[in-house]
Design a binder for this molecule. Structure first.
Ligand code: CO
Length: 185
């Protein structure tokens, strides 16, 4: 699997770049991202998390199928996505992130997300996703904009976990998958 970069790594803070069909070894990268996501038990993975600052993320929501019917059989690749609109009620959900291991916090997001994106053959689509699918897409899309879910917490909440976040960036955390820690001594 590919190593996942931890919070504090500069690639996680960058706005990712669009890609074209000429992007080298794209299919291979996507395959490796799926392997990496499954190995680390994630439901989504964005390219910046494997240190590629490009507009690509993948989702496999099936682990949520028992609680969210829309997650049944939902596996998808999003290339050059662009969120057109977020709407509906805001709702809280306990999120985690492979780049922030051991941290889970409630995050508020809009229920519906309208998104334009391309598949791995660079065919364009425009869809609206709701529920847990909308949630995962918003989380992964944030990675392409240089935002982590912990950046969406209140300043107080974030201050409370700052010490833990600093430890993660130094590699002082138990993990079960390969990671790159930006501040490891
Ligand atoms: Co994440």
């Amino acid at each position: 699997m590919l190593p996942i970069v931890a919070i504090g790594h500069p690639t996680l803070k960058k706005k990712a770049a669009q890609i074209g069909p000429d992007y080298p070894d794209l299919k291979d990268l996507i395959d490796k991202m799926f392997e990496t996501m499954y190995e680390s038990k994630g439901v989504g993975l964005a390219a910046p998390q494997v240190n590629k600052s490009i507009r690509l993320f993948i989702v496999d929501a099936r682990p949520y199928a028992d609680d969210f019917p829309e997650a049944k059989e939902f596996v998808k690749i999003f290339i050059n996505p662009y969120i057109l609109n977020e709407s509906g009620e805001e709702w809280m959900f306990n999120e985690g992130c492979l780049s922030v291991p051991g941290i889970n916090e409630d995050v508020s997001r809009f229920s519906d997300v309208e998104i334009e994106y391309m598949d791995e053959n660079f065919q364009s689509y425009k869809e609206t996703y709701k529920g847990i699918i909308g949630r995962i897409i918003q989380h992964e899309y944030d990675h392409l904009e240089g935002t982590l879910f912990v950046d969406r917490l209140s300043p107080l909440k974030k201050a409370l976990i700052r010490g833990k976040l600093n430890k993660i960036s130094k590699g002082e955390v138990d993990i079960t998958y390969r990671m790159i820690f930006p501040n490891k001594k």
